[in-house]
Ligand binder design. Structure first.
Ligand code: GUN
Length: 292
């Protein structure tokens, strides 16, 4: 069993980005600048956004965190987005999801200038991704592709089963892995909550991407020997023995499934850290595109 170490790989990528930033600065070019908007006080979302901002500082980016209160109106948020769209100093920005219920998420995502949409959530960028055209690939699927590439996990001709059809992970992952690309050329089956006899699919999979948000859903009796498992799940479970009162659990019963795996990502320290590294990579890309 080989652990797909997202923490180490993300650190390598951030080091590469920091070098690029140093080069940009030495050549009198613009320093990449990422902005993040967060609405409300959701604990997990605040943790993620703060981690993104901190990561910017570490690689030498500029960063701006815009915190809006829970009762911010949709119009106020849209106005904030317009300001960032026209601000030449900002190369890319994200609106942290989920948003409060009174705000239409689709309307908000569509307001972001596709050239600054480093999350890759705008329909224009989703469309380009589906057509295998240059764009911003969303951080989580992008991070998974990068992890598979750096560990030389063969995907060509393999049977991949994606669990989950979310717009952020399951759907783009299934599209990307079936495309003609370095990490791709796989035969992909996408399963979701209406799938019947799920185990029949997972037992046939060479690679499983689990992105359903149900803690320890994938058990050892559902996978074949030498499977590769990518665990995208990250659920906070109450745990009084922990200082912060919770522990992080993935969608995979790691203890038992790892024994049958050729490659597997841990939680935490697998896909999670990769998403931040790839957001930085997209921001660097946005900056380079606007420089050229
Ligand atoms: N919420 C969960 N994942 C993400 C992400 O990748 N980007 C944003 N903006 N919000 C999220």
């Amino acid at each position: 069993m080989t652990l797909l170490d997202g923490k180490k790989t993300a650190a390598d990528i951030k080091e590469e980005i920091a070098l690029e930033v140093k080069n940009l600065k030495e050549n009198g070019k613009k320093t990449p600048h990422l902005a993040a908007i967060i609405v409300g006080n959701d604990g997990a979302s605040l943790t993620y956004v703060n981690a993104k901002v901190k990561a910017c500082e570490r690689v030498g980016f500029e960063s701006t965190l815009i915190r809006l209160t829970e009762n911010t109106t949709e119009l106020e948020l849209l106005n904030q987005i317009t300001s960032l769209n026209i601000d030449d100093n900002i190369d890319g920005f994200i609106v942290q999801l989920p948003l409060p219920k009174h705000i239409n998420e689709q309307k908000v995502l569509m307001a972001v200038d596709p050239k600054k949409d480093v999350d890759g959530f705008h329909p224009t960028n989703v469309g380009k991704m589906a057509l295998n055209l240059p764009t911003f690939i969303s951080a989580t699927p992008f991070g998974i592709l990068e992890l598979l590439e750096r560990y030389k996990v063969e995907t060509s001709g393999k049977h991949v089963v994606v669990l989950g059809r979310s717009h952020i992970v399951g759907s783009p992952m299934s599209i990307l892995l079936s495309q003609k690309r370095t990490v791709g050329n796989a035969t992909v089956t996408m399963c979701h909550r209406r799938t019947k006899n799920l185990k029949e699919f997972t037992l046939k999979a060479d690679i499983i991407v689990a992105a359903i948000g149900i803690p320890e859903f994938l058990k050892a009796d559902m996978v074949k020997e030498n499977v590769t498992v990518i665990d995208v799940g990250i659920t906070r479970l109450a745990d009084a023995s922990k200082k912060n009162g919770f522990r992080l659990v993935g969608d995979v019963a790691f203890e038992e499934v790892s024994k049958k795996s050729e490659f597997i990502t841990p939680v935490p320290g697998g896909v999670g850290p990769m998403t931040i590294a790839m957001l930085l990579k997209n921001t660097l890309l946005a900056c380079q595109r606007s420089n050229s």
